[in-house]
Design a protein around this ligand. Structure first.
Ligand code: PEP
Length: 255
């Protein structure tokens, strides 16, 4: 049984002060909410302060990115070990903005995923097709390639524990979400492939969440799809009320 998983990806938004205020409010709102995992991914500058504010609460904390080396001459990078020490429990890896703007390949995504696991972080590995690829009917092919290469050398047990985020690039930050049917179809395909590649137990255990213009008014239909285990939320996670509304509507009892 997979507990719904909702993560807010704040991207490059919120100062330390704003981030802590948000988490203090959120932790009160989710205090008595069970049956769902709630995670915030602040910018690196706020990671430690957010982790402190979330300590001993049911709010989890994710880094938005990690570098695969432990330490060294890599100006501007933050290692998975450092993110873990700062309080992160999860790490987003391979977000489409990192792939598109910072040239991250599937091979880099794989190195980051392995480094996150080695540091004791749960990776949230993002995959998804561009609009062009969808229009050329290449969605499944792209997902297969990104998942196979991104998760290369992981054991079935490691795949079972991670989170895959299906984020069609054309739906991220555009206000144009995938329909529940489109998301359901892609998630069912991913689950089928996981079953083939790592076996039924790992496939059934692995969370596959959806991301792309998730809002309080579309989350219900998305999580009602049997293979959609929650959401990675960008824009709508910046406001505590809208994020909380998404959390509330994702709980099993709410569907
Ligand atoms: C994201 O950043 O992962 C995302 C899905 O953004 P948005 O919800 O704003 O589309």
């Amino acid at each position: 049984m997979r507990i719904p998983f909702i993560a807010g990806n704040w991207k490059m938004f919120k100062t330390v002060h704003e981030a802590v205020l948000f988490v203090k409010e959120l932790r009160g709102l989710v205090k008595d909410v069970s049956g769902i995992e709630v995670v915030i991914a602040p910018p690196f500058t706020a990671l430690h302060a957010v982790a402190e504010a979330a300590r001993s609460t049911n709010v989890g904390v994710a880094a938005q990115n990690v570098y695969w080396e432990r330490e060294g001459a890599f100006t501007g990078e933050v290692s998975a070990v450092m993110a873990k020490e700062a309080g992160a429990e999860y790490a987003i890896v391979g977000h489409s903005e990192r792939r598109r703007l910072f040239g991250e390949s599937d091979a880099i995504v794989n190195r980051k995923t392995l480094a996150a696991i080695a540091a004791g972080l749960t990776p949230i590995v993002c995959v998804g097709e561009t609009l062009e690829e969808r229009e050329r009917n290449q969605t499944f092919e792209v997902l297969d390639r990104q998942i196979k290469n991104g998760l290369d050398r992981l054991t079935a047990e490691q795949v079972a524990e991670l989170i895959l985020a299906y984020e069609p690039v054309w739906a991220i930050g555009t206000g144009r979400n995938a329909t529940a049917a489109q998301a359901g179809e892609a998630h069912a395909h991913i689950r089928k492939r996981l079953r083939q590649w790592v076996g039924g137990d790992a496939a059934d255990h692995c969370h596959v969440i959806y991301g792309g213009s998730v809002k309080p008014d579309n989350i219900g239909a998305l999580v009602a799809e049997p293979d959609v285990d929650g959401a990675l939320v960008g824009g709508a996670s910046l406001d505590v009320k809208s994020f909380m509304s998404i959390v509330t509507k994702s709980r099993p009892a709410a569907v």
